[in-house]
Ligand binder design. Structure first.
Ligand SMILES: Cc1cc2nc3c(=O)[nH]c(=O)nc-3n(C[C@H](O)[C@H](O)[C@H](O)COP(=O)(O)OP(=O)(O)OC[C@H]3O[C@@H](n4cnc5c(N)ncnc54)[C@H](O)[C@@H]3O)c2cc1C
Length: 420
């Protein structure tokens, strides 16, 4: 420790990053053991300003109601719903935890962070319609998906999603499912609310403008955590029994610095997501759903187009996307050196192999980055085929955010797998 280093009191748990992950873990720990001391370090001046901010994600309460990539078709034509069941169960648990918090802390304005928005899937073409029909039949066998409706009736679909049906070729075969229990979640508001509850508790301290830059594993298993106060440049140090790296896109560099064997072989490839944001109130008012389509053949699941009603800060919004982009930053507010600095001897081979083994993804990303603004409007126009004049309501890629694709080395490099 040098003379300009400030020492903070030792703590049970250090949470790195003030996003939804740290907020959730912190609150769960304090509920389970109120005596724990928790220290949170966040490099920005506010919680939830990166991926967890409402404008930086699609806000879908992922329950597998509308996401077709969670229910792949097996070679024999049957539908594998195992992933969908797991995701639906997990989201039910999240809702139970939020319900517990709202009840315990008497939170009245629950709609600040969660609202019912019907989740719908929409497909075109005979083959896709058959897929959706089988998917609906398989899912509704489970209590988790009871109430899901399926229809091929164009008039009914038009009442569900008028913007998607208006102007559509009358000969086109279409089908849709609808689940009224779907939700839109403002993860930013939820995260900030959770940190508000957390920092009211004894033994919890939050340090904004503090960037963790070193992690040292002590011989007794505890950790020395070094941070930099970004306001005055001072080094700050603390000892902790446990460290949670909830740094989103900033997690990989910290994992590498932790020197734990489990960190070996991970690489990161930053992919940004952007949406078109509708600014015409009359159009926004006419849509009330999250409508997910099917990714085109050979495209990755992240390319699934969706037309999303959102509720952000009490206001209804309409977004279409996402569009992928590329930069070498791991965080929106990160550095262009993030990607080069993360490449190490242990992960360079799996990263190259992952790129080579996922050429369709690589091609998709290159195509996305090369798109002109007009190209970007094309998928929106195909989802909402009505007139060109409506296109004027979707002027810009509205929100940009960062998503870091992790590449994990498996036993052999040739098995390198990308995960989101
Ligand atoms: C395009 C896109 C769409 C998405 N859509 C959905 C969706 O519809 N539904 C859904 O459930 N999820 C969605 N997600 C995923 C979801 O947004 C993320 O999984 C979630 O927000 C991650 O939360 P986090 O707490 O891990 O990270 P973040 O919210 O990114 O928080 C990490 C925090 O750590 C801080 N930090 C980083 N490095 C350091 C450091 N060294 N020291 C101190 N602080 C640090 C950052 O400043 C940040 O505040 C989407 C993500 C993207 C990118």
């Amino acid at each position: 420790m040098n003379s300009t280093t400030t020492s903070l009191p030792a703590t049970d748990v250090v949470l790195i990053g003030a996003g939804i992950m740290s907020a959730t873990l912190g609150l769960m720990l304090k509920e389970l053991d109120p005596t724990l001391t928790i220290t949170v370090f966040e490099r920005l001046d506010v919680a939830a300003a990166e991926s967890s901010d409402a404008w930086n994600n699609a806000g879908t309460g992922h329950s597998a109601f509308c996401e077709l990539n969670y229910t792949p078709e097996r070679p024999d034509g049957s539908i594998d719903i195992s992933k969908a069941l797991k995701i639906a169960e997990q989201f039910e648990q999240s809702k139970q935890f939020w319900a517990f918090l709202t009840e315990k802390y008497n939170i009245k304005e629950i709609e600040r962070f969660i609202n019912y928005i019907p989740h719908m899937s929409f497909v075109m073409g005979r083959e896709n319609v058959e897929f959706l029909r089988k998917r609906h039949a398989a899912l509704t066998d489970s209590a988790l998906f009871k109430g899901m409706q399926f229809t091929e009736d164009r008039a009914e679909i038009e009442t569900w999603m008028p913007l998607v049906m208006e102007g559509r070729d009358a000969e086109q075969t279409v089908a849709a499912t609808r689940m009224d229990l779907g939700t839109d979640v403002n993860f930013g508001s939820l995260t900030r609310g959770m940190f508000y509850l957390l920092q009211e508790k004894p033994g919890v301290t939050m340090h904004f403008h503090h960037e963790v830059d070193k992690l040292h594993h002590n011989a007794d298993g505890s950790w020395r955590v070094k941070t930099k106060n970004l306001e005055n440049g001072q080094e700050v140090e603390t000892q902790a029994r446990f460290v949670f790296i909830g740094a989103g896109g900033g997690s990989l560099p910290l994992l590498e610095k932790s020197d734990i064997p489990e960190a070996d072989g991970y690489g990161g490839f930053p992919v940004s997501g952007q949406w078109l944001r509708c600014i015409n109130p009359a159009v926004i008012a006419r849509h009330d759903a999250k409508v997910y389509g099917k990714a085109s053949v050979g495209s990755p699941p992240m390319s699934v187009p969706h037309l999303d009603t959102r509720v952000i800060d009490g206001e209804k919004q309409l977004l279409f996307g996402p569009y992928a982009g590329f930069s070498t930053k791991f965080l929106k507010t990160g550095s262009y050196f993030d990607l080069p600095a993360s490449i190490q001897f242990g992960n360079v081979k799996p990263m190259i192999m992952a790129g080579l083994k996922n050429l369709s993804l690589t091609k998709y990303l290159i195509q996305q980055v090369a798109q002109s603004p007009d190209d970007r409007l094309a998928p929106c126009a195909s989802t909402c085929p009505r007139p060109r004049r409506r296109i004027g309501s979707w002027p810009l890629p509205a929100s940009a955010c960062r998503l870091s694709k992790r590449i994990r080395k498996k036993a052999a490099c040739s098995n390198s797998v990308p995960k989101w």
